[in-house]
Write a protein that binds this ligand. Structure first.
Ligand SMILES: C[S@@+](CC[C@H](N)C(=O)[O-])C[C@H]1O[C@@H](n2cnc3c(N)ncnc32)[C@H](O)[C@@H]1O
Length: 274
């Protein structure tokens, strides 16, 4: 698969300050919870030096720091690095590409990756690069959203696009963003990247929206791949998908806290560097 266009789309998209901020705010309910789970999964504690890859706005770094670890975050988006520096002043954030890092081999005591692996042009290569900078016997933990076929807002989006979208409009080709929720595939890929004791566990998190009509905008304004897909569709398609997601939020979401909670479950994949 030629992922040149996909790589450019990801890099340019996340560099957009408005997408970075929209993501940080819109997904915060889920990313905070998953950040806590990732920090626990690697046993974040004082004296540990943890590398948080694809650190984004600092949701995972904040939880690692709260448990006393020394944290280095790495993200290729300058907009995300700025948000993270403001949110987590006790961590260090570096702009860089997780697929090819400047760190020496065996530099860190743990690696976390909150919802970053789905953006890698080559997830197997990205995981091998994470293994390279991790000391032997030390843990990695990363999260992946459930996608099509699950009880998830991401699945609702796929289903609505299937009903209303024009599938003939091309988008840059990249790896399946949700493939590693598959236990067998995760075990195979993570083991091949240099890890042992691979365990996949479910995290039943939710996204919060003020209004049901906002759910579409979370994906359209706060994510890169979905924004690319829907910017190539007509305004009628976008309106139909927005209405579809709003209706599902009203019928399947949970009204609380002045808005609506919709399901956005994920998995955490944990392994130990061989
Ligand atoms: C969906 S956000 C996740 C942010 C945060 N970790 C969280 O848990 O919410 C994905 C992040 O990965 C970053 N990213 C994607 N591919 C990357 C790469 N190859 N190298 C470094 N950062 C990357 C993006 O800039 C973005 O900040």
């Amino acid at each position: 698969m030629d992922t040149t266009a996909f790589e450019a789309m990801e890099r340019d998209g996340w560099a957009d300050p408005s997408i970075a901020k929209y993501y940080a705010d819109a997904f915060s309910n889920a990313t905070r919870l998953v950040g806590q789970e990732l920090a626990s999964a690697v046993g974040s504690s004082p004296g540990m030096h943890v590398l948080d890859l694809c650190s984004g706005h600092g949701a995972v770094a904040a939880e690692l720091v709260a448990r006393g670890a020394e944290v280095t975050g790495l993200d290729f988006s300058p907009a995300m690095v700025s948000l993270a520096e403001a949110a987590v002043p006790d961590a260090i954030f570096i702009q860089g590409d997780a697929m090819a890092m400047a760190f020496a081999d065996a530099s860190f005591d743990a690696v976390t990756i909150g919802f970053g692996v789905p953006h890698f042009p080559d997830p197997a290569k990205g995981l091998a690069e994470a293994a390279r900078v991790l000391k032997a016997g030390c843990p990695i933990a990363f999260s992946i959203w459930y996608g099509a076929g699950s009880d998830s807002a991401f699945a609702w989006l796929f289903e609505a696009f299937g009903k209303h979208g024009d599938t003939s409009v091309a988008v840059p080709e990249g790896p399946d963003a949700h493939q590693l929720v598959d236990r067998g595939l995760a075990d195979k890929m993570v083991s091949a990247a240099g890890f042992a004791n691979v365990v996949v566990s479910d995290v039943p998190s939710e996204i919060w929206v003020a209004e049901p009509e906002d759910l579409f905008d979370i994906f359209y304004k706060g994510a890169v791949r979905a924004a690319e897909r829907f910017s190539g569709q007509t305004s009628d398609v976008r309106a139909a998908v927005r209405l579809d997601l709003a209706n599902r939020t009203r019928s399947e979401g949970r009204k609380d806290d002045g808005g609506w909670f919709v399901p956005a479950p994920s998995v955490i994949v944990r392994g130990t560097r061989r």
